[in-house]
Design a protein around this ligand. Sequence first.
Ligand SMILES: C[S@@+](CC[C@H](N)C(=O)[O-])C[C@H]1O[C@@H](n2cnc3c(N)ncnc32)[C@H](O)[C@@H]1O
Length: 293
Amino acid sequence: MNQAKTRILIVDDAGPVVVLCVNVLQALGYAVKGANRGETAVELLRKERFDLMVLDYKMPGMTGFDVYQQAKALYPVQPYRDLQADVLELVEKGAPHGPRRDVHVLDVGCGPGNFTFVLAEAGFSTIGLEAYAALVELAREKRRAKRLANLAFRHGDLAEGAGGRDGSFDMVVSIHGLYVHPEPLTLLHEAWRVLKPGGHAVFVNPTRRVGPWSTFREIKHRDGLRAALASLLWLVPNSIFEVARKRIGPHYWDENQFAENLKAAGFTVLGTRRTFLNGASVLVWARRDVEDS
Ligand SMILES: C[S@@+](CC[C@H](N)C(=O)[O-])C[C@H]1O[C@@H](n2cnc3c(N)ncnc32)[C@H](O)[C@@H]1O
């Protein structure tokens, strides 16, 4: 199974504490590294990424807070990556127990597959569904390069039945695709239909237009130039998509409207929250109840 290990960095000037933490966490299946000086930790951070750091505050030389500040400078806020991590976390939470390969996930309006790859690389059996043929080709090209066997891309529109039989998926995700769909409510009904009873869904939709330059300036002002440059990785392709896409919608929904639309499609809404670029989008997670089968 292609299951990414969570990477943890332990930093403490007490050697035995580092050894104990490393051994225990390694035995639990995590990829763990230890450092007994802040400076050593920063050297490690320059070479590799970690999902979590456990920092002692008071150490000779750099304090834990100094290390945290350095880590923030090395890895500035990356809204798109954070959103990917949030979606993956909710899929992991909502997935039925058992091997991830047996968990079937549909990514609706997957574009070039940015979220689809994250889910497949985490071990889920994933299908990316996309209505624009050129994007499907691009996604398939990337899939061939990555040689992922638990991933496929389909060309089609969920609202026109491209999701297949009733109850085929354990999880459905759709990220920033509803607002450009001609019939987003039909799409939500179809998402409910293709979910197994008890299955979960994660939807993200913008609440407003995201202007590339105003957003760039806003991030630069708030988080600095590195963060603003990192945000271009999403802002530029999204601007190209906005120029090239069919003139449909946009259907921007706030939390209430989004929740109402999901309820009308049959879902039980489990939660909503603002996300992405200082709350420009709403993320909703929802369930198809078992008694609805
Ligand atoms: C802004 S892009 C987002 C792509 C991707 N989910 C991401 O976040 O990187 C919106 C995508 O929704 C797709 N889309 C819209 N309606 C669709 C539908 N009914 N079925 C499949 N794809 C759809 C568009 O083609 C486009 O790729």
